[in-house]
Design a protein around this ligand. Structure first.
Ligand code: HEC
Length: 132
C-alpha cells in the first residue's frame, strides 16, 4: 500500500518536472507590447528555429535543425525578395533545402512580404550577444 503511494507520488512529480522542462524548452520571449504584425508573426512562427534575433536558435540546433544566420547581410543581402518570399511560402524543399518549412497555407501573401521585410531588417539590426 505504502509502496504504491510512493510510486504514484513519484510519477506525479516526474510528470510535473517533464511539463516544466518542456515549458522551459519551448518558451520564447513574447513579442514587445504593441509590436508590429510582422514582428509578432516572426516571434510566433519563426523564432523557434531562427531565434528572436534571426541568428538561429540553439534549441533548434539541439534537434539538428540548422537555420543558418539570417542576420548575415552577406547572404540575405544577395537574395532577391522573390527568392525570400518563395522560400517562406513553399519552404526549402522545392530547392533542396528541406529544413525550412512552408508557410504558404498559414500566411497571406501580404504577411509573407511583411516577414521578408522583417528578415531584411534583422540583417541590419545591431547584433545582440547572448540571446538565442
Ligand atoms: C522548423 C524550423 C524553422 C521554422 C519554424 C522556420 N524556419 Fe526558416 N529556415 C529553417 C532552416 C533549417 C533553414 C535553412 C534551410 C537550408 O539552408 O537547408 C531556413 C531558411 C530560411 C530562409 C532562407 C535563408 C537563406 O539564406 O536562403 C528564410 C528567408 C527563412 N528561413 C525565413 C523564415 C521565416 C520568415 C519563418 C517564419 C514564417 C521561418 N523561416 C520559420 C528552419 C525554420
Amino acid at each position: 500500500m505504502r509502496r504504491s503511494l510512493l510510486v504514484l507520488v513519484t510519477a506525479i512529480a516526474a510528470l510535473g518536472l517533464l511539463g516544466a522542462g518542456l515549458a522551459w524548452f519551448f518558451d520564447r520571449p513574447p513579442a514587445r507590447p504593441g509590436a508590429p504584425r510582422a514582428e509578432r508573426l516572426w516571434i510566433a512562427l519563426c523564432a523557434d528555429c531562427h531565434g528572436a534575433d534571426g541568428r538561429g536558435s540553439w534549441r533548434a540546433t539541439l534537434f539538428l535543425i540548422r537555420p543558418g544566420d539570417l542576420t548575415d547581410g552577406a547572404t540575405t543581402g544577395r537574395q532577391t525578395d522573390q527568392y525570400l518570399v518563395d522560400i517562406v511560402k513553399d519552404g526549402g524543399s522545392p530547392i533542396g533545402r528541406p529544413g525550412m518549412p512552408a508557410f504558404g497555407a498559414a500566411l497571406t501573401a501580404e504577411d509573407i512580404r511583411a516577414l521578408v521585410a522583417y528578415v531584411r531588417g534583422l540583417a541590419r539590426a545591431p547584433r545582440v550577444r547572448g540571446s538565442s
